[in-house]
Ligand binder design. Structure first.
Ligand SMILES: [Cu+2]
Length: 402
């Protein structure tokens, strides 16, 4: 019989961050596959990022100067630059880990004179910019959706671009805020604390620009717009808990508790996932020439949005009550049961909303009713051609004048 035991033994049981030395002594091949899998997907991401950079630099339409580019293009461009500089740190770390595990090297083994903390540095020098690789394109989506459905130009375009670049730049100087409890010392902790808090400034600029774009606009509550309106307060809460966590002294209390889990999900679900759904719904007619059912989209939003806050808002308090992360089971009657139960109910709401969205996709594509080139009355350049676009995109190369 074929012996596959070398292949199937051992999960990557060192957590998603694969901290050393746990990761280098993990039994079986789980962590080896973690490393090779990340190398392969990292290579793909890097190639994709380079492709976007080269496309934006070389293939803009005549007259499409950098400061006329749509903000979604800007944010995709800057996110690609982040990929270019952040992923190599992960590549190096994974190579060292693989050498430790397979070839007897000792980069991360303190007993052999290695340094386990180097892995944490390499991981987070990649890991923090990765957050911005995720969130910046979502910011771009909202910067397209909000002006469209407020029927106004985006407020503060150039400050939006400036804030995007500044967030990207500062994003490389804050990685050790994930390591406040490691023992880097008060000076390093203070520097990283201040740098982290500084990121709230360009992020705040963006939030206020979106609010000023809404101000006095004739607002159409289409589903992408409702996602955008849900995003602003949700993400702001995530940003505020981010500033709380950035305080190194306070972080000694929050660290590895559910407070961090709540913060993370307010940023990633409240920012990235809401942006993803807003973008998919908004550009669905552009991609497929059909229009998702708006009534179901709104039901999807409300189930998902209420479910999200039910699930995660309460986890701030679970964290402050001392509930740690990464435990799969808790003893009863520690005062954590009710809040965890509420959290679970919320998760079912989110699942129900997402299933509704998938049903919407299936129904819409089965019906296949075609819509006009610009069903949202958006009027930006991508809507000036038929939906979905013909393979040549524009019949004549467009000349961008403003
Ligand atoms: Cu971070």
């Amino acid at each position: 019989m074929l012996n596959v035991s070398w292949f199937v033994t051992g999960a990557p049981d060192a957590g998603w961050t694969a901290y050393a030395p746990l990761s280098i002594f993990s039994e079986g091949h789980g962590v080896d596959f973690y490393a090779i899998g990340l190398q392969i997907s990292g290579f793909g991401t890097l190639m994709g990022g380079i492709n976007f950079i080269v496309t934006v630099v070389n293939m803009r339409a005549p007259g499409m100067t950098y400061m006329r580019m749509p903000l979604f293009t800007w944010t995709a461009f800057i996110a690609s630059v982040l990929i270019l500089f952040a992923f190599p740190a992960l590549t190096v770390g994974l190579f060292l880990m693989t050498f430790d595990r397979l070839f007897g090297a000792n980069f991360f083994d303190p007993a052999m004179g290695g340094n386990a903390i180097i892995w944490e540095h390499l991981f987070w020098i990649f890991g923090h910019p990765e957050v911005y690789i995720l969130i910046l394109p979502a910011f771009g989506v909202f910067s397209e959706v909000i002006p469209t459905f407020a029927k106004k130009r985006l407020f503060g375009y150039s400050s939006m671009v400036f804030a995007t670049v500044l967030i990207a730049f500062l994003g490389f100087m804050v990685w050790a805020h994930h390591m406040f409890t490691v023992g880097l010392g008060p000076i390093a902790n203070s520097i990283f604390a201040v740098a982290t808090m500084a990121i709230a400034v360009p992020t705040g600029i963006k939030i206020f620009n979106w609010l000023f774009t809404l101000w006095g606009g004739s607002i159409r509550l289409t589903s992408p717009m409702v996602f955008a309106l849900g995003f602003i307060p949700t993400f702001t809460i995530g940003g505020m808990t981010g500033v709380m966590l950035a305080s190194a002294a306070a972080d000694f209390q929050y660290h590895d508790s559910y407070f961090v889990v709540a913060h993370f999900h307010y940023v990633i679900v409240g920012g990235v996932v809401l942006g993803l759904f807003a973008g998919i719904i908004y550009w669905w007619p552009k991609m497929f020439g059909t229009m998702l059912n708006e009534k179901l989209n709104h039901w999807f939003f409300w189930l998902f949005f209420i479910g999200f806050h039910l699930t995660f808002f309460i986890q701030h308090f679970l964290g402050l009550m001392g509930m740690p992360r990464r435990y799969w089971i808790f003893l009863e009657d520690q005062g954590l049961d009710l809040f965890n139960f509420i959290s679970t109910i919320g998760a079912f709401f989110m699942a129900a909303g997402t299933i509704l969205f998938l049903i919407n996709v299936v129904i819409t594509q089965a019906k296949g009713v075609k819509v006009s080139g610009d069903p949202w009355d958006a009027r930006t350049l991508e809507w000036a051609i038929p939906s979905p676009p013909p393979f040549y995109n524009f019949q004549q190369e467009p000349l961008v004048r403003g």
